[in-house]
Design a binder for this molecule. Structure first.
Ligand code: F6R
Length: 619
């Protein structure tokens, strides 16, 4: 999750820009850079690693005599933290990017989906590229359209781009202007006294100004020290209200949400979009060439073994359905802390997948090492670059959820599930187990997930809050589901016990009659995952059994099944329709919210539950 800061005003801005980047560090990044315009020339500095490396690179430029950055009084500039998506983690791939003459500099967040075709066109016209990134295309496109008006050139470039992104551009001939464009990724304006900021999030400029203006999707904004002009992509002017942000420093870090957990629940559409988009380059193709698995290796996989702990284990359980259904490869699941001690039978025709958001969980790492020693190819799915898991694995698939501060995993879970969906589809496609039009159908559904996750949060939030109010003083929660709904229940129950401390259990609904039914009476809330699936009928019968014991059924259904589910439940929540295998990524959202609101009503610290700490990466 990259970060953008831009400034135009009356003060020297280099340090303001770096201070702004510091406030965006929590999003995670692997390189950073800035460009400053002064005396008719733009100078850039970029560095791999953290902001202290960028600062050191700026200082080095002084020794090299590049006065513009080291000693600058520049009052306009752009800065960026990059999390590698297209192209490796190198200085050349760090932002800002420019055209060959260095006249246009840009910083971009998100992904330009049609970058390959645009790059081919631009190369045919004689453009030369200096990075492997999709972002650099935008600088060249602006240059191609530039006829003296930066806003017009940005508008023309914007019209050619597909994907989800936000970018800001600066041109050497316009020392008092920055132009930004927003398409799905956030961009916000900070209005100061004789100065204006443009950033991907408010904390980047909150120390300098609390006056903000929002930019909506599909809008282009031109800012100067004393001006803000918002237009649509078609060039129509838009009036925009000014808002005053009342957050204190702590709230600012939380993006205005009361807790990190709530902020991270709301970041899930972005996190999933970042994880999937550039790996779906065509309407009917998944690209996971980053795994560096040859066609022979993929064809030779006889079995997949997934090892993980806690929430990551639940992501694996969801992934098992996707891999087995689409790729027809048998998948075994193991809790990593058990796997390592049972002398497992594993060898060279196994692909062993370790799922760990932190990349540092000791049991998962040990299980991965054991499998590798026995000859298996080990793939790590992780959120943290440079973590131990990335060093111990043969292949790595990164989720791109950004740093998760709340101890309870939320956005890392949905990103892991999204990553395994990609893997399942890629394996199916590579082994020829799935028809091209089915791949296209599923890719369209995958691409719609970020929007549907956002809709799920919006549609269920208030309703879940009311449900939490009726049950937060309960002594026990039971979660029941079958098939693809079972991992959702396991995850819902884990979240509930982890942050609300209310004992909670999850069961395969068919197991109810074998004992757990004894737990039920009229005081027990029973959460049933009854989303679209091949076993929905059976789940409905289980719900009837529960109600016959007087317990309250809280059902999670799929939109369109309101009548059927509503009749069988005391309270019901509905998530958008999608392919049944993809339903868990939506169904889990109300369960995250239910645990969250229950804990809040009990006045508990959801970000730091007792006895628990987030695993952090040791450098
Ligand atoms: C639950 C939670 C934990 C982690 C588990 C594994 O909300 O966060 O259950 O999922 O400790 O951690 P990672 O994924 O870092 O290996």
């Amino acid at each position: 999750m990259c970060g953008i800061v831009g400034y135009v005003g009356g003060r020297p801005c280099r340090d303001l820009l770096i201070a702004g980047l510091e406030k965006l560090e929590y999003r995670g990044y692997d390189s950073a850079g800035l460009s400053l315009l002064e005396d008719g020339r733009i100078d850039s500095v970029r560095a791999v690693g953290n902001l202290s490396n960028l600062r050191a690179a700026v200082a080095e430029r002084r020794d090299e005599g590049a006065v513009a950055v080291a000693e600058t009084d520049a009052t306009i500039g752009l800065a960026h933290t990059r999390w590698a998506t297209h192209g490796r983690v190198t200085e050349e791939n760090a932002h800002p990017h420019s055209d060959e003459e260095g006249d246009v500099h840009i910083v971009l967040n998100g992904i330009v989906e049609n970058h390959s075709e645009l790059r081919r066109e631009l190369i045919a016209e004689g453009h030369e590229f200096s990075s492997e990134t999709d972002a650099e295309i935008v600088a060249h496109l602006i240059e191609r359209h530039y006829e003296g008006e930066l806003t017009d050139a940005v508008r023309a470039a914007y019209a050619e781009l597909r994907g989800h992104y936000a970018f800001v551009a600066m041109h050497v001939e316009h020392p008092g202007t920055l132009v930004g464009a927003r398409h799905e990724c956030p961009l916000v304006i900070g209005v100061g006294d004789g100065e204006t900021f443009l950033a991907s999030a408010i904390p980047a400029f909150l120390r300098e100004t609390r006056t903000v203006m929002q930019i909506e999707n599909g809008e282009i904004v031109t800012i100067g020290p004393d001006s803000v002009d918002v237009t649509t992509a078609a060039g129509e002017h838009r009036d925009r209200d000014i808002e005053e942000v009342t957050w204190d420093e702590d709230e600012a870090e939380r993006g205005g949400y009361p807790t990190f957990m709530m902020k991270e629940i709301h970041e899930q559409p972005d996190a999933v979009a970042e994880t999937i988009t550039d790996r779906l380059p065509e309407v009917d193709e998944v690209d996971l060439s980053e795994l560096e698995l040859s066609a022979e290796q993929v064809a030779g996989i006889r079995r997949i073994v997934i090892v993980a702990c806690g929430t990551s284990y639940h992501a694996g359980l969801v992934g098992r359905y996707a891999i087995e259904t689409w790729a027809r490869i048998p998948v075994e699941m193991d809790v990593a802390s058990e796997y390592r001690y049972r002398d497992p039978v594993v060898g060279s025709d196994d692909l062993v997948i370790g799922i760990t958001q932190s990349g540092e969980t000791a049991d998962t790492l040990a299980a991965m090492r054991l499998a590798r020693e026995r000859g298996a190819h080990v793939l790590a799915i992780t959120n943290v670059m440079g973590s131990q898991a990335t060093r111990d694995a043969d292949s790595v698939l990164f989720t791109r959820a950004g740093l998760e501060i709340g101890v309870a995993a939320t956005k890392t879970f949905t990103s892991q599930v999204a990553a395994i969906y990609l893997l399942g589809l890629w394996l199916a496609q590579s082994r020829g187990h799935i028809a091209r039009d089915r791949v296209a159908e599923l890719i369209a559904e995958l691409k719609a997930l970020p929007r549907k996750i956002g809709e799920t949060i919006e549609a269920t939030d208030q309703h879940v809050r009311a449900i939490a109010r009726s049950h937060y003083d309960g002594r026990f929660f039971l979660y029941l589901g079958r098939h693809i709904g079972l991992p959702v229940c396991l995850e819902g129950a884990l979240k509930m016990k982890e942050i609300s401390y209310i004992p909670s259990d999850a069961y395969a609904a068919g197991e109810m009659k074998h004992g757990p039914i004894a737990l039920l009476d009229e005081t027990t809330p029973v959460v049933c995952v009854a989303t679209e699936s091949p076993v929905l009928e059976k789940v409905l019968s289980n719900m009837a059994e529960v109600r016959a014991r007087g317990a309250d059924v809280i059902a999670i259904g799929t939109q369109g099944s309101e009548l059927e589910i509503g009749d069988s439940a005391d309270q019901a929540l509905f998530v958008p329709e999608t392919d049944w295998i993809l339903q868990p990524i939506l169904a889990v959202i109300p369960l995250q919210l239910l645990a969250y609101y229950t804990a809040r009503l009990l006045e508990l610290n959801v970000d730091q539950p007792r006895n628990l700490a987030k695993t952090v990466t040791v450098e």
